[in-house]
Design a protein around this ligand. Structure first.
Ligand code: ANZ
Length: 820
C-alpha cells in the first residue's frame, strides 16, 4: 500500500533521476529553449515553506516545459553574501565562508534534495565564491567605465561606541543593536550607481510587461520609479539678496491657493534667509531633521520654523512667509515647495500647526458653496478664487496655468523621478569587495587583476566595517601603472548587486574568461518564467531590470527587459500569520516530507489557493493530498495489470472515447493553466476531476476496453509528474513497465478530435419555423447535415408540400429550408 511506502517510492524516483541525469540542460542545444527560474535562496541553513512554494511552482513549469519539447534551464544557486554569515562569524569566531558552505550543503543535500526539484546543478552558482564575485566586481568596473558609478557623501547610521556603520535593520529604537548606544546619522563618502540615468527607460519598459507581470508588481515598480510631470515655478524672495526660490509642483492649478513656501532644512538658501533672531532655532531644527530618516520625516508631525523672510507669488503678487520643515525632502524636486493647505493633506496639517491661512481654490462642483474645510480637498473639480482661470476644470486650468507661467518666463516644465541613485557601499566584511584603489596623489582607479579577494583571517573585534582593513597585506597596494603607494577600498557591495546579474551567470556558470558569453544570453534571455514573492518587486526587480537595461545598452543581452513572465506568489502562513521562528509557528518542510511525502506536500502547496494569494497552512489539506495520491496508486495498479495497448489508440466504445477525451482535455488545459493563466490551483483541481472520471470507467471496463484505459492512465503519469514527480515516475516504470524515464517523454497529444463533442444537435426549420431537431456527427459538413435533415420524417413531409427554393445553413446550429 502506498501510504506505508511513499518514502521508498520517492527515494526510488530520485535514484532514477540521478542515474539518468534527467535534469541536465544542454545550454548549446538547437531545440527551442525555456529559461525557468525561482529567485535564488539565501543559505541560512533552513529551508522553509516559502522555498517549497517558489520551487514547486518553478519545478512544475520546468517539467512541463521539458515534456513540451523545450530545452529547459532550471538552475539553482545561492545568494550567499550578507549579514547573518557575518554575525555568526563575529559571535562564534567562525569563518563566514565555512558557515555559508555548511548551510548550502545542509539545504541542498538534506532539505531541497528531498523535494524532488529538477534543478540542473551543473550550473550551480554561489555569489560568495571568488569565481562569481570576480564578475560582480567586473560589473562594477564596467558600470564605472560607463560613468554609471560615482562617489559622493551619503547619510549612514553610525554607532559611536562600536565605531561602525549599521544597516537599517541593526538600528533598534534608534540604538545600535550591540552597543545600545544612540545611533547618529553621519555623512560619509559612499559609492553610488547612477540608476537614475535609466529611470525613463525603466518606466517605459513597464508598458511591455503588461499582462505578463501582475498589475500589483507593475504598480510597485511604478511607485518606486515614481515618474511625475510638473512645473518648477519661481518665487522671488523679497529684499536685497536677489534670490529666487524654485518650487516643484504637480499641481500648478492650485497656485492661487498658496499661503506659504517651505524649504527643506538642507536647502542652500536657508542660512541666508533666516533672520538673525531665529538663527539659533533654525540650526537646532536642521540638526534635528538631518538626524532623522526620510521615512520618519515624511510621516512625522508637521513641525517647522518660520525664517522671517518672504517670497512673492508670481501670479497673485501676494507675499508669502517662508518656512523650513522636515517633510520637505532635500533630495527631491528642488527641495522647496509651495504650500496649498486647502488641497494637500500635509500642507493642511502644516497650516493648522503653524496658523497659516487655508484658501480654497477648487470646488467639487461648479456651484458648490465654499465652506470651512475639515481636511484637504484633493480631488479634481472647478476653479475658484483664481482670477482669469475661474470656472475651468482643474485639468484645463493646470494646462492653462502652466502655459501662462512658461510664456511669462516664470516657470519651466519638468519631469521628476522618485527613484534615487543606488547606494551600494556597505561598511561590512561579508560582501564582494569594491574593486577600487585610491592614492592621495592620483585619486581613484579600478583595481587591476580581479578578483580582489576577500582576505582570510580577519579581526572582527573592531567591528565588521574595519575587518577588511585588519587583514595583513590587504590594505596597502600600489596605484595601477605606477609604483606609488595606494590604499584599497575596504567597503563591500550591497548584496543586491550580486542578485542584479546572477541570472546571466547561470548561462555560463563555469566561464573563467568572461561573466558570460553574449551568445548564451542571445539564446536564453529573457527569462521565460521568473518565480518569487511580490516583496521583491521593489528593490531586487528594480536593480535586476536596471542591470538588464544596461547590459542591453552595451550589447550584451538581447532585450532590455530580463523577465518575460513574472510569477509572483503569495506567502505561506499558519493561522493567518507569517510563519516565523520567533513566533514559533513554523512548519518545517522536511518534517512535512517525513510525514506525508514530497509529492503530497507539493500538490498541497499548489492546490486551492491562487498563485498570488497567501496560503494558510492546514494539516488536513496535506492529508487530503496524500489520500488523493493513494487513490491514484490504487487506480493505476488496477489498470496496469491489463495487457498493454498494441498500436495507436482507436477508441470505439463510449468508455474508451470518454477516457481519450479526458486525456486530451487535461493535457491541453494543464499546459494552458501553467503557461498562460497562472492557474496552478486549477491544474491540481483538474487532476482530481480526471481521476474522478477515470475511476468508474476503469471499474466498469470490459477486457477489450482495458488496454486503451491502461494507455490513458499511463499517459496521465506525465501530467501527474509535473506536480507529483516521484509517484508518477515510479508508476510509469514499475506499474506500467516503461524503461525510459518518464521525464524524457513527449507531452500527451491525443489529437484535437477528442476535444470536440462527438455529436451536435441541430435545429431544422422550414420557412423559419422549427420543425425538428436532429443529431449529427460533430465534424459533419453542410452536405452531410442537410442530408440527415432531409431524411427526418417530419421534415420530409414539409418539404414534400412545395418546391425547395433555398437552404440556409448555420454551422453547429441550424438548417432552414425555404420552400415555395
Ligand atoms: C503644490 C501642491 C498642491 C502639491 C496640491 C500637491 C498637491 P510627486 O507626484 O511625488 O512628484 N513636493 C515637491 N517636492 C517635494 C519635496 N522635496 N519634498 C516633499 N514634497 C515635495 O509629488 C509632487 C508634489 O509633492 C508637489 O506638488 C509638491 O506639492 C510636493 F494640492 O505642490 B505639490
Amino acid at each position: 500500500p502506498f501510504r506505508e511506502n511513499f518514502d521508498a517510492i520517492e527515494a526510488y524516483a530520485r535514484d532514477v533521476w540521478a542515474a539518468e541525469n534527467v535534469d541536465a540542460c544542454d545550454l548549446d542545444s538547437d531545440k527551442p529553449k525555456r529559461y525557468v527560474l525561482g529567485m535564488f535562496p539565501y543559505p541560512s541553513g533552513n529551508a522553509h515553506m516559502g522555498h517549497v512554494r517558489v520551487y514547486a511552482i518553478s519545478d512544475a513549469v520546468a517539467r512541463l516545459s521539458r515534456f513540451r519539447g523545450f530545452e529547459t534551464l532550471h538552475p539553482l544557486g545561492w545568494d550567499a553574501f550578507g549579514l547573518p554569515a557575518e554575525n555568526a562569524a563575529i559571535q562564534n569566531n567562525a569563518d563566514p565562508a565555512e558557515w555559508t558552505q555548511r548551510n548550502i550543503a545542509t539545504m541542498k543535500d538534506e532539505q531541497f534534495s528531498r523535494l524532488g526539484l529538477s534543478f540542473d546543478l551543473d550550473q550551480e552558482i554561489n555569489s560568495a565564491s571568488p569565481e562569481f564575485y570576480k564578475w560582480t566586481q567586473w560589473l562594477f568596473q564596467t558600470l564605472y567605465d560607463h560613468d554609471l558609478v560615482y562617489r559622493a557623501n551619503g547619510w549612514v547610521n553610525w554607532d559611536p561606541v562600536d565605531q561602525t556603520v549599521l544597516a537599517n535593520e541593526q538600528v533598534i529604537d534608534g540604538k545600535g543593536w550591540r552597543s545600545g548606544a544612540p545611533v547618529e546619522r553621519r555623512q560619509l563618502p559612499q559609492w553610488y550607481v547612477r540608476i537614475t540615468r535609466f529611470a525613463q527607460s525603466l518606466w517605459d519598459g513597464l508598458d511591455t510587461l503588461q499582462g505578463h507581470w501582475s498589475d500589483e508588481a507593475i504598480a510597485v515598480q511604478r511607485g518606486w520609479i515614481g515618474r511625475s510631470e510638473g512645473v518648477e515655478i519661481e518665487f522671488p524672495v523679497l529684499g536685497e539678496g536677489g534670490h529666487t526660490i524654485r518650487c516643484y509642483t504637480t499641481r500648478a492649478d492650485t497656485i492661487f491657493g498658496v499661503t506659504s513656501i517651505t524649504l527643506a532644512p538642507e536647502h542652500p538658501l536657508v542660512k541666508d534667509l533666516a533672520a538673525t533672531e531665529v538663527q539659533g532655532k533654525v540650526e537646532e531644527y536642521i540638526a534635528f531633521a538631518t538626524n532623522r530618516s526620510e521615512l520618519e520625516r515624511e510621516t512625522a508631525e508637521r513641525t517647522g520654523v518660520a525664517l522671517g523672510a518672504k517670497a512673492r507669488n508670481p501670479l497673485t503678487g501676494e507675499d508669502l512667509p517662508i518656512y523650513i520643515s522636515e517633510y520637505v525632502l532635500g533630495g527631491y524636486g528642488t527641495g522647496a515647495i509651495m504650500n496649498v493647505p486647502a488641497h494637500d493633506a500635509r500642507d493642511f496639517d502644516f497650516a493648522r500647526t503653524n496658523g497659516l491661512p487655508i484658501r480654497q481654490v477648487i470646488l467639487p462642483a461648479k456651484d458648490a458653496p465654499e465652506g470651512d474645510l475639515d481636511e484637504a480637498y484633493t480631488d479634481p473639480g472647478f476653479m475658484t478664487n483664481s482670477g482669469q482661470f475661474d470656472g475651468m476644470s482643474t485639468h484645463e486650468a493646470k494646462h492653462a496655468i502652466i502655459d501662462h507661467l512658461v510664456e511669462q518666463g516664470l516657470g519651466t516644465r519638468k519631469v521628476n523621478f522618485r527613484l534615487r541613485d543606488w547606494l551600494i557601499s556597505r561598511q561590512r566584511f561579508w560582501g564582494a569587495p569594491i574593486p577600487m584603489v585610491h592614492s592621495d596623489e592620483h585619486g581613484w582607479a579600478k583595481a587591476p587583476d580581479l578578483p580582489v579577494m576577500l582576505p582570510k583571517d580577519v579581526d572582527f573585534s573592531q567591528g565588521s566595517g574595519k575587518a577588511m582593513a585588519s587583514a595583513p597585506g590587504f590594505l596597502e597596494t600600489t596605484f595601477p601603472g605606477t609604483s606609488d603607494p595606494a590604499i584599497r577600498e575596504t567597503d563591500t557591495m550591497d548584496t543586491f548587486m550580486c542578485s542584479s546579474w546572477y541570472a546571466w551567470r547561470y548561462l555560463d556558470a563555469k566561464n573563467g574568461e568572461q561573466a558570460f558569453r553574449e551568445s548564451r544570453a542571445e539564446d536564453w534571455m529573457p527569462i521565460d518564467y521568473y518565480v518569487g514573492g511580490l516583496e521583491h518587486a521593489s528593490q531586487h526587480l528594480i536593480y535586476f531590470r536596471f542591470i538588464s537595461h544596461f547590459l542591453h545598452a552595451i550589447g550584451m543581452t538581447p532585450t532590455s527587459e530580463p523577465v518575460k513572465n513574472f510569477l509572483d506568489n503569495g506567502l505561506v502562513k499558519l493561522g493567518g500569520e507569517k510563519m516565523s521562528k520567533s513566533k514559533g509557528n513554523v512548519v518545517i518542510p522536511t518534517e512535512a516530507v517525513d510525514k506525508y511525502g514530497a509529492d503530497a506536500l507539493r500538490l498541497y502547496i499548489l492546490a486551492d489557493t491562487p498563485l498570488r494569494r497567501d496560503i494558510d497552512w492546514d494539516d488536513s489539506g496535506i492529508e487530503g493530498k496524500q489520500r488523493f495520491l493513494s487513490q491514484i496508486w490504487t487506480l493505476a495498479g488496477q489498470i496496469a495489470s491489463a495487457p498493454a495497448l498494441e498500436g495507436e489508440p482507436a477508441p470505439g466504445t463510449d468508455a474508451e472515447k470518454a477516457a481519450m477525451r479526458e486525456l486530451a482535455k487535461i493535457a491541453k488545459e494543464v499546459a494552458e493553466d501553467l503557461e498562460e493563466r497562472r492557474g496552478f490551483h486549477n491544474a491540481i483541481a483538474r487532476l482530481h476531476s480526471f481521476v474522478g472520471e477515470l475511476r468508474p470507467l476503469v471499474a466498469g471496463a470490459s477486457d477489450a476496453e482495458k488496454p486503451l484505459l491502461r494507455h490513458v492512465m499511463a499517459e496521465f503519469m506525465k501530467v501527474l509528474g509535473v506536480f507529483a514527480p516521484h509517484m508518477a515516475e515510479y508508476l510509469w516504470r514499475e506499474a506500467f513497465g516503461m524503461s525510459a524515464s518518464l521525464f524524457s517523454q513527449p507531452w500527451p497529444d491525443p489529437g484535437e478530435q477528442y476535444l470536440v463533442a462527438d455529436e451536435l444537435t441541430i435545429s431544422i426549420q422550414v420557412n423559419g419555423k422549427l420543425r425538428a431537431t436532429v443529431s449529427v456527427p460533430a465534424d459533419a459538413g453542410e452536405e452531410q447535415v442537410v442530408e440527415i435533415a432531409k431524411a427526418d420524417a417530419k421534415v420530409a413531409e414539409y418539404l414534400g408540400s412545395g418546391t425547395l427554393r433555398r437552404t440556409i445553413f448555420v454551422p453547429g446550429r441550424l438548417v432552414n429550408f425555404v420552400v415555395g
